[in-house]
Design a protein around this ligand. Structure first.
Ligand SMILES: [Zn+2]
Length: 436
């Protein structure tokens, strides 16, 4: 049988079923989907690929799902480091955004983010930023999958003047992209301290109608919780719960401040957490009790946050940090083993976005969102366990090939849909503007 792409690999880590690694197997891709996964010997007799890849020292795995990004903020990478969250936001990031935010800023910053993400094996990102239509457009142009956040914030920006306008623009964008196979949307109210009850109630009703997730920064710092307690007598999560937001379509990003009651509430509600360990560490925001959350049955996915607070969009590094930090926080070295970290970066992200039927594992019938990591480097030798090498030792430079919906976007470290020199010229131009 002739198929579009046949990949013979040294190892295949499908993620589902859990803890399985196949050796000398092949992945068969046709019309953008995984149609078979079988021993290479058999595959060579059964299939003929229009394109055939022999990845004799590589592990194939599902592409990483970066569940929390502000893609365009790559343009502000390194512009204001080593500051606490509120100082960083109020005195540096928000004034810069006020001055420079535009369609062009989002277009060029998103292009940089997409290039970086593909080079690091990310095949899907869940974004929250202004001009989400531009983000969606750039994702389509480069062939990467994205869930674009329909941002809502109480104060006026160049994107919208008030919460009603943010919501109206979001609905238009949802409509505009609803037939694009690579694009989904979520409502993205920024945070409890920047969005009031009235728009949150409207968002809740609309999200139910459209059956899309709600994605929000929640309990990022102790300061956020203390401030809300002082002003309203309620912790932000309690307020969101009272507004009916905590349900299986709710994605809470950060969650560094959690008591036992809140962990139970999340476990019972089916809401999701996106853990962003490197951003939390860099801004000294606090520690999400990941091991406790996972043990309680909460789905915990992984995100890098924006490049202004991380400062990279690498999911390999994020997995490693998540696994190491979880052990330290739980004071238990068996917490978040390598396979769990890999699940957080793949299938758990798919579940949070409501896309687990489509992506997150190398399962027959799912979209062919696939990456290859070359383990034949001294830094990842010997290979007793490919998953251990990937989570604890591999670097982004070892990601050699990336496919999204069967289309190859990275081929032997070369991006197929990005003009790197043109992109670099734009970045240099932005650096000049932003330094003024
Ligand atoms: Zn964020």
């Amino acid at each position: 049988m002739i198929v579009d792409t046949l990949i013979h690999a040294r190892w295949i880590i499908p993620v589902e079923p859990e803890s399985v690694t196949y050796e000398y197997h092949s992945l068969v891709i046709d019309k953008g989907r995984i149609i078979d996964l079988l021993p290479t010997d058999t595959a060579k007799h059964k299939y003929q690929g229009t394109t055939t890849e022999n990845l004799s020292s590589h592990a194939l795995l599902p592409g990483f799902i970066n569940c929390h990004t502000h893609a365009a903020m790559t343009l502000m990478r390194g512009i204001a480091d080593d500051l606490p969250l509120m100082d960083w936001l109020q005195n540096h990031i928000w004034p810069l955004e006020q001055k420079w935010m535009s369609e062009a800023f989002v277009r060029d910053g998103t292009d940089l983010a997409i290039a970086e993400m593909l080079l690091g094996g990310t095949t899907c990102f869940n974004d929250m930023y202004f001009f989400p239509d531009v983000t969606a457009q750039q994702a389509i142009q480069h062939g990467i999958r994205a869930c674009v956040g329909l941002i809502v914030i109480d104060f006026p920006t160049v994107w919208a003047e008030n919460s009603a306008a943010y919501i109206a623009k979001g609905l238009d964008i949802h409509d505009q992209f609803r037939h694009q196979p690579l694009i989904t949307t979520s409502f993205a109210p920024h945070a409890p301290y920047t969005v009031s009850d009235d728009p949150l109630q409207k968002i809740r009703t609309l999200a139910d109608e459209l059956e899309i997730p709600i994605n929000m920064h929640v309990h990022e710092t102790l300061h956020e919780v203390d401030d809300a307690l002082a002003k309203t007598g309620q912790r932000p999560l309690q307020r969101l719960h009272n507004l009916g937001l905590i349900n299986p379509s709710f994605i809470a990003v950060h969650m560094t401040q959690l008591n036992a009651e809140e962990i139970t509430l999340f476990a019972e509600s089916g809401a999701h957490i996106v853990h962003c360990p490197e951003s939390n560490l860099k801004l000294a925001s606090g520690f999400c009790p990941v091991a406790q959350c996972l043990n309680a049955g909460i789905n915990v996915a992984l995100g890098t946050d924006g490049a202004a607070s991380n400062n990279d969009l690498g999911m390999l590094g994020e997995m490693r940090t998540a696994a190491l930090l979880a052990k330290a926080v739980a004071q238990d070295a068996s917490s978040v083993p390598a396979m769990t970290a890999l699940r957080m970066a793949t299938i758990n992200g798919a579940k949070a976005l409501g896309l687990e039927h489509e992506i997150g594992s190398l399962t027959i019938g799912k979209s062919a969102d696939v990456i290859a990591i070359d383990l034949d480097q001294l830094e990842t030798q010997p290979v007793f366990s490919p998953v251990s090498q990937i989570v604890y030792a591999a670097s982004r430079q070892q990601v050699t090939d990336v496919w999204v919906a069967g289309k190859q976007l990275l081929k032997k470290r070369q991006l197929t849909t990005v003009d790197i020199s043109a992109l670099k010229a734009k970045i240099v131009d932005w650096q000049g503007k932003l330094s003024k």
